[in-house]
Design a protein around this ligand. Structure first.
Ligand code: SF4
Length: 465
């Protein structure tokens, strides 16, 4: 057993035992539970009936930019590989239409934005003028508050100092930088060749241009990855001192994601090697002073995510952990998911459908869900476990008008094995995820997911670790 800090214990036998397939819970219910009877009209209804008056919440906006220049073989995102910038020019035109359409359904004055994110694909596929154009259309319909969180995913292979300057001018103040692994052999195996120099140049430029938070994304479990190679990557990354780090698990599901078929099975690390890599990574990060936030995420103790967690204000949304998830989220572009009031909806996944819907003046929504009282209750439980490693039974009972032990008798029974293994403690007034259970918080949360009862072992989800 490795004890990394008072809040995290890494115990390989326990992890092996409880490592089941599971979703990441950036929403509950998860997107695969959305239904097509929830359509553009349903979405319009919720936009029109968003909170009003004094209780109106600020908004969070998400833009999906699906284009990438080259394919990374591990990728499971919804992206379009192209070098043709004519395609992004057309897409931007339609993002402008969607901005106008969605905002037209909001009440007068309901346009205040506290959080904005460009994700992909590769948002930095866009030319400087295209970036300016998208931000100008956004500001035409929404008011971005001065102290908001405005973030972008950056691929350092496509970004120079001038691009970072443009992003700073446009108001971006947070950046997440994709790295994955600096090991050249791993980079060749996944078709993503990215030098340390170009990566650190982007980070330096971001700091020089007033970016307040820099996050680095790494992946463990990639082909040809080794403990010593990934250790070297981490040494270089820690020296660059990012505010946050994400270490995602590579889920090798070639039957679902075509590009992954180009990864040789013989290059894949064994389950034991993956655990060793993860164990080393967590040890290094905690030794370097990073705090485990939960679900792959680490932050410096003074970073606002770590502060929000200490103060009980942390939330989880489609971008992962957030200090702002009270916001409704309006999303734009193909496959993007919005959250408005007690509803989620997802846009169509192809460009042709997207253009066709917008040409006919329709919101490009193809499925969604209206949460019932039970969904809302379970969502709040999963949020609390994932963000705070603890659940106050009293608060849940007061807020949702239930008797917890009666309502969740089957779930409490299902938790018993985890309680006996020391992952969780069920007290009179609260449930606490103990340090050995924190790496497994997804598996613990799954106990409260009513949709998973029937197919908990489904192969559709990535392994927890
Ligand atoms: S990993 Fe990112 S950059 Fe690579 S293909 Fe997927 S979306 Fe594009």
């Amino acid at each position: 057993m490795n004890s990394f800090s008072e809040n995290l214990v890494f115990d390989p036998p326990i992890i092996r035992r409880f490592d089941v397939n599971g979703p990441r819970y950036t929403s509950y219910p998860t997107a695969d539970r959305f239904v097509e009877t929830f359509n553009a009209d349903s979405s319009k209804h919720w936009l029109r009936n968003r909170t009003s008056g004094a209780s109106r919440q600020q908004l969070s906006l998400y833009f999906h930019i699906p284009f990438c220049n080259t394919i990374c073989y591990y990728c499971a995102c919804n992206k379009i590989i192209t070098k043709d910038h004519g395609r992004s020019a057309k897409y931007l035109k339609y993002l402008g239409k969607e901005l106008a359409l969605q905002s037209s359904y909001l009440a007068e004055g309901d346009n205040e934005v506290a959080q904005l994110h460009w994700g992909g694909g590769t948002p930095t596929f866009l030319a400087h003028d295209e970036m300016r154009q998208l931000m100008a259309s956004t500001r035409k319909h929404f008011r971005l508050v001065d102290d908001g969180e405005y973030s972008i995913e950056v691929d350092p292979r496509k970004v120079d100092r001038a691009t970072v300057e443009v992003l700073g001018e446009l108001g971006f103040n947070r950046m997440s930088v994709g790295v994955q692994d600096f090991d050249e052999s791993v980079q060749q195996a996944v078709n993503r060749i990215q030098s340390e120099a170009e990566t650190f140049a982007v980070i330096d430029a971001a700091r020089a241009n007033g970016f307040r938070s820099i996050s680095i994304d790494l992946i463990y479990g990639l082909p040809r990855q080794t403990v010593s190679g990934f250790k070297r990557t981490l040494d270089r990354i820690i020296a660059a001192s990012p505010d946050r780090l994400s270490i995602y698990n590579y889920a090798h599901l070639p039957s679902l994601f075509k590009p992954q078929r180009r990864i040789l099975e013989s290059d894949m690390p064994t389950a034991d090697a993956r655990l060793q890599i993860l164990s080393m990574a967590i040890g290094k990060l905690t030794d370097a002073g990073y705090v485990f936030i939960g679900m792959d995420h680490f932050a410096k103790p003074d970073d606002e995510l770590a502060v929000a967690q200490r103060q009980g204000r942390l939330h989880r949304n489609f971008q992962g952990y957030s200090t702002h998830s009270d916001c409704d989220m309006l999303s734009f572009g193909i496959s993007s998911i919005s959250k408005v009031g007690p509803s989620y909806c997802q846009n169509v996944k192809t460009l042709d459908e997207y253009y066709e819907r917008l040409d006919s003046g329709q919101l490009p929504v193809f499925r969604g869900i209206e949460l019932d009282a039970d969904d809302i209750l379970r969502r709040s439980i999963i949020q609390s476990l994932m963000c705070h490693f603890e659940l106050s039974l009293e608060s849940v009972e007061a807020e949702h008008g239930i008797d917890f032990r009666t309502y969740f008798a089957p779930e409490l029974a299902a938790l018993r094995e985890m309680v006996q293994a020391g992952l969780v403690r069920v007290e009179d007034r609260r449930i606490v995820v103990l340090p050995p259970g924190r790496m497994l918080v997804r598996a613990i949360s799954m106990v409260f997911d009513k949709f998973l009862c029937a197919d908990r072992e489904s192969k559709r989800y990535s392994k927890v670790i």
